[in-house]
Ligand binder design. Structure first.
Ligand SMILES: Cc1cc2nc3c(=O)[nH]c(=O)nc-3n(C[C@H](O)[C@H](O)[C@H](O)COP(=O)(O)OP(=O)(O)OC[C@H]3O[C@@H](n4cnc5c(N)ncnc54)[C@H](O)[C@@H]3O)c2cc1C
Length: 334
């Protein structure tokens, strides 16, 4: 299976030709590094991870040593020193390989790390980013709650001010990397009466007293992705572990969600292309009524429609990617 996945990645003929102008030879070298890593370190073990609902911690330090984590963060903080296209390569290759066991690398690298980079103090950045880049510390972000998903301002988790810090109380769900996480960036209400103007981000130690984790959630897909519930029973969070200004997190999250949503779109575009590739391979191989499936005219019409969808999706997503790199991708319709 692993060989088939990797082969489909390299034979993918559904991608827009303009991509050759987007990714440089250096990005393509990084793509080869990610593919080799997936082929050797991930896919041979993936079926076991799917049964367990998560990958083992060791894969994180291996990925760190191979330069897969935080590829686009500045080298002075331990990152790969690349640009957003390096991160895009990571997202695309993990999606194309159906390697859900390591899709949390992208949340860790492209969601949590940028919050630290943009809103952390120099001390926080130097303390944490190199450890995220090496895989020594596994990070998660926790916004969603059982009664608050799309509507972030409806969260009920609170962080009450106490001498020296905060006391965190509440519950989160669907948290990627939740089980393996050492640190979780938690959105909590520090001024519950102020609605969206009363939310702060806390960089919480997952080994602290009162912090507990649920079993891996049983999902329809992404079976090896570590996705869990988290519970905070009066967890003490020191004041120096708040990220950014108090009560300003809603603005930070709306900004961060632009990249997070783009990441999900990049993942979907790659999955669509890869699924089409596998289907075409199968249709060429499978014989019915004396000829290969692909020779049946109606099937060719259907495949042409899916190819059109995959192509137009890719063109749109690449456009957004370029806009994002210029800092021009916003929350408003263009
Ligand atoms: C595999 C997986 C990993 C995840 N990882 C994380 C993570 O690491 N951290 C984290 O915080 N969260 C995570 N999430 C949660 C994810 O961000 C939420 O599922 C998402 O925000 C949607 O929230 P919800 O599921 O509560 O859906 P709801 O908000 O209840 O929405 C249900 C449906 O209603 C629609 N809807 C909602 N509001 C409106 C509206 N105003 N107008 C029209 N339609 C609307 C939605 O589009 C959706 O189709 C993860 C989820 C999954 C499935």
């Amino acid at each position: 299976m692993s060989g088939t996945r990797i082969q489909s990645m390299s034979n993918n003929s559904t991608q827009s030709n303009s991509r050759e102008n987007l990714f440089s030879p250096e990005h393509e070298l990084f793509r080869q590094t990610v593919r080799r890593f997936l082929e050797k370190e991930v896919l041979p073990f993936h079926a076991d991870w799917e049964r367990e609902g998560r990958a083992p911690r060791e894969i994180w330090t291996r990925a760190g040593a191979a330069g897969l984590l935080l590829p686009d963060l500045p080298a002075e903080y331990g990152g790969g020193g690349g640009d957003f296209l390096h991160f895009a390569v990571l997202v695309e290759e993990i999606a194309t390989a159906l390697a859900s066991g390591v899709s949390g690398f992208t949340t860790h690298s492209g969601v949590v790390a940028p919050y630290l980079l943009h809103f952390g103090t120099e001390e926080q950045k130097h303390q944490w980013l190199p450890r995220l880049a090496s895989g020594e510390v596994i990070a998660a972000i926790a916004m969603t709650e059982p009664s608050a998903g799309s509507d972030v301002k409806a969260i009920r988790t609170t962080a009450a001010k106490v001498p020296g810090g905060y006391r965190l109380k509440g519950q989160k769900t669907f948290i990627t990397n939740g089980w393996n996480a050492d640190r979780v960036l938690v959105a909590a209400k520090t001024a519950p009466e102020a609605g969206r103007h009363g939310i702060s981000l806390l960089w919480v130690d997952a080994h602290a007293e009162g912090f507990s984790k649920g079993a891996p959630l049983d999902k329809l897909g992404q079976k090896a992705q570590d996705t869990t519930e988290l519970f905070f029973d009066d967890v003490f969070v020191p004041a120096h572990d708040r990220l950014g200004e108090e009560n300003q997190a809603f603005t930070y999250l709306m900004r961060g969600l632009i990249q997070e949503r783009l990441m999900v779109a990049m993942r979907c575009a790659s999955l669509l292309e890869a699924s089409l590739g596998w289907t075409v391979d199968y249709a060429k191989e499978r014989q019915t009524f004396g000829k290969a499936l692909i020779e049946h005219q109606h099937l060719r019409f259907q495949l042409a429609e899916v190819k059109t969808l995959a192509y137009t999706t890719r063109v749109l997503v690449d456009h957004c990617l370029v806009e994002h790199m210029k800092g021009a991708l916003g929350v408003k319709a263009q």
